[in-house]
Design a protein around this ligand. Structure first.
Ligand SMILES: [Zn+2]
Length: 213
C-alpha cells in the first residue's frame, strides 16, 4: 500500500505519463481512483438533507414538527439562533442563499402576515432592521433582499410558520452556479457565521427591546 503521506521525491526521474504536479494534494490524489479533468468540485453535503426533505414538516401543525417552532427551544448554537426578542427571534437559514441569510420569525405558529399582532409586526420589523445593521457591520454586503413568501404558491418552503428572509447580497454573488446548476457556494460554515453575527448583535437599550441571548 503506497504511503499517502510521503513527500514527493524531487530527485526522481520525471514520469512522462504523470499528471502535471500541482502540489502534494494532487500527488496523493493520483493514488485514488478517478481521472483528473481540470474541474473544481464544490462539496455540499448539507444539500443532501435538503434533497431528502429533512426538516420539511409533514403537515401545517404547530409544535416539534415545525422547524420554526422547534428552533427557539434549542440552544443557540444548535438552533443557529442569532438573537431572541420578546415575541420573535432571528436564526440563520439552514439552507442559505448567501452567507448570513437570516430568518426573522414570530415564536407563534402563524402563517399569514395579517395574523400577526401589532407587537409581533413591530418586533419582526425591528429585528429585521437590526439584522441588516449587524450584517453590514460584520459582513459588509452591498445590498439586501428582504421579504416573506406567503403561501406555497409564492415559494414559501414552510408556509405554515411565517418567516421574514434577510438575505445579504454582494456584487457578483449571482453567478452561473445558482442559475445553471441550482447550487450555492457558501464560503463560511453556518456555526461560524452564527457566532460572528451573535457576537455583533447589540444588547443595549436602543436595540428594540432585545433580550441578550
Ligand atoms: Zn411553527
Amino acid at each position: 500500500m503506497p504511503d499517502a503521506t510521503a513527500v514527493p521525491d524531487e530527485t526522481a526521474v520525471p514520469d512522462e505519463t504523470a499528471v502535471p504536479d500541482a502540489g502534494p494534494e494532487l500527488v496523493d490524489a493520483r493514488l485514488l481512483v478517478g481521472e483528473p479533468d481540470g474541474l473544481q468540485r464544490l462539496w455540499t453535503p448539507h444539500r443532501m438533507v435538503y434533497i431528502e426533505g429533512e426538516n420539511k414538516p409533514s403537515d401545517d401543525a404547530a409544535g416539534p414538527g415545525c422547524p420554526f417552532c422547534r428552533i427557539p427551544s434549542l440552544p443557540d448554537e444548535e438552533g443557529l439562533v442569532v438573537a431572541r426578542g420578546g415575541v420573535a427571534f432571528v436564526a440563520l437559514n439552514l439552507y442559505p442563499y448567501n452567507s448570513g441569510h437570516l430568518l426573522v420569525c414570530p415564536y407563534r405558529h402563524v402563517a399569514d402576515y395579517t395574523d400577526l399582532t401589532d407587537e409581533e409586526v413591530a418586533e419582526v420589523a425591528t429585528l429585521t432592521r437590526t439584522a441588516m445593521r449587524v450584517l453590514r457591520e460584520v459582513s459588509h454586503p452591498h445590498g439586501f433582499n428582504l421579504g416573506m413568501n406567503q403561501g406555497d404558491v409564492a415559494g414559501a418552503g414552510i408556509a405554515a410558520h411565517l418567516h421574514q428572509h434577510v438575505v445579504p447580497r454582494w456584487n457578483g454573488d449571482a453567478n452561473f452556479l445558482p442559475v445553471i446548476a441550482r447550487t450555492r457556494a457558501l464560503p463560511e460554515l453556518l456555526a461560524d457565521t452564527r457566532a460572528r453575527l451573535a457576537a455583533g448583535w447589540p444588547t443595549g437599550p436602543d436595540d428594540g427591546g432585545m433580550i441578550a441571548p
